[in-house]
Design a protein around this ligand. Structure first.
Ligand SMILES: [Zn+2]
Length: 327
């Protein structure tokens, strides 16, 4: 069974619910998740309105990032409330209980915090809604930090540093997957807990800005964090003919060599439902094919214990963490 540490399903849920649909997860996604052995997910609230990339351009009133964040959270909550198959959790212990009951568990994460401006109280609103992970930016530059799409030299802003401290005080994991390099190292300087990269691969094997250097992988290991394998084709290999499930398995092997297997996790980022250009690597187009990745890991010599750590145990360990501090 597999815990996917980064899912954009709330994007599809929100788009469809705003158009009047209900039961989107159950009707359109659940069967694939079950077939792939997915036992739990981290559902990301991704609020970017990047030109030509999202449905928000067609939604009246969606200019405000705060409004989009609230719409996504409200749609996610409504969706989860109308069914029992996928249940929202805040702790690893709650996740285990949901799994034991035969349902899928879902943690909430914030992918890009532009909505809070420079106000650290915004972090409290995310935490109060149950978010256990957060990224200061998507690829954009905002008042907290600069994302992977911006100037690589520009580090965290003062409000971004305050946000990191506030997140950790509220039991939210800091997720560096979309940060630029300078921001990454600023987080490492000030963190006092595990840092994760929920959906990033190895720059050594695929040199794109969203992947991590060996030094960055080791820095995450040193915080006690994990790095989630991302199935998106463009982060698996720069050569199109090698954007395959086998190549992604090689990223897992490299991560295990550089960090130790106890720091490798999953964050597949499946988003082919967003349209052309968003495909997963060949052989790993959707959650249903996840068992094939683990078959490759077996072929590459990872034993059952190591595969279970990558599949679910490592990320659950980090989410168990020190627990949620009192408000
Ligand atoms: Zn992302």
């Amino acid at each position: 069974m597999v815990f996917d540490g980064h899912s954009d399903l709330l994007y599809d849920v929100t788009r469809r619910r705003l158009a009047g649909e209900t039961h989107v997860l159950e009707r359109r996604h659940l069967e694939r998740l079950r077939r792939g052995g997915i036992e739990g997910l981290v559902l990301a609230v991704w609020t970017s309105r990047a030109r030509g990339e999202t449905f928000w351009e067609q939604v009246p009133g969606a200019e405000s990032t705060l409004w989009r964040t609230e719409q996504m959270l409200a749609c996610g909550r409504a969706e989860l409330a109308e069914q029992q198959e996928i249940r929202l959790v805040r702790t690893a212990a709650e996740a285990e209980a949901v799994r034991a009951a035969g349902a899928l568990y879902a943690f909430l994460a914030i992918e890009g915090m532009e909505a809070i401006g420079t106000d650290p109280a915004g972090i409290d609103r995310y935490a109060d809604q149950g978010a256990r992970m957060g990224m200061l930016t998507w690829n954009e530059t905002n008042q907290l930090a600069t994302g992977a799409g911006g100037d690589p030299e520009e580090g965290l802003r003062p409000a971004g540093k305050a946000a990191v401290r506030r997140m950790q005080a509220r039991g939210m994991l800091v997720d560096v997957s979309h940060l630029n390099d300078a921001g990454f190292w600023d987080v490492m300087d000030l963190t006092c807990g595990p840092v994760i990269a929920s959906h990033s691969n190895c720059r050594r094997l695929c040199a794109v800005r969203r992947n991590l250097t060996d030094e960055q992988l080791q820095a995450i290991r040193d915080t006690g964090g994990v790095v989630g394998l991302n199935a998106y084709h463009g982060f698996v290999h720069t050569d199109e003919s090698r954007q395959t499930v086998r190549s992604l398995a090689l990223h897992a092997v490299h991560m295990a060599e550089v960090m130790g297997v106890e720091h490798v996790a999953c964050g597949f980022d499946f988003c082919s439902f967003m349209g052309p250009g968003n495909e997963g690597a060949k052989g790993l187009e959707s959650a249903a094919e996840v068992p094939d990745l683990f078959a490759w890991l077996e072929r590459f010599g990872l034993d059952a214990r190591e595969r279970a750590m990558i599949a679910r145990e490592n990320l659950l360990r980090v989410l168990a963490g020190p627990g949620l501090p009192p408000r």
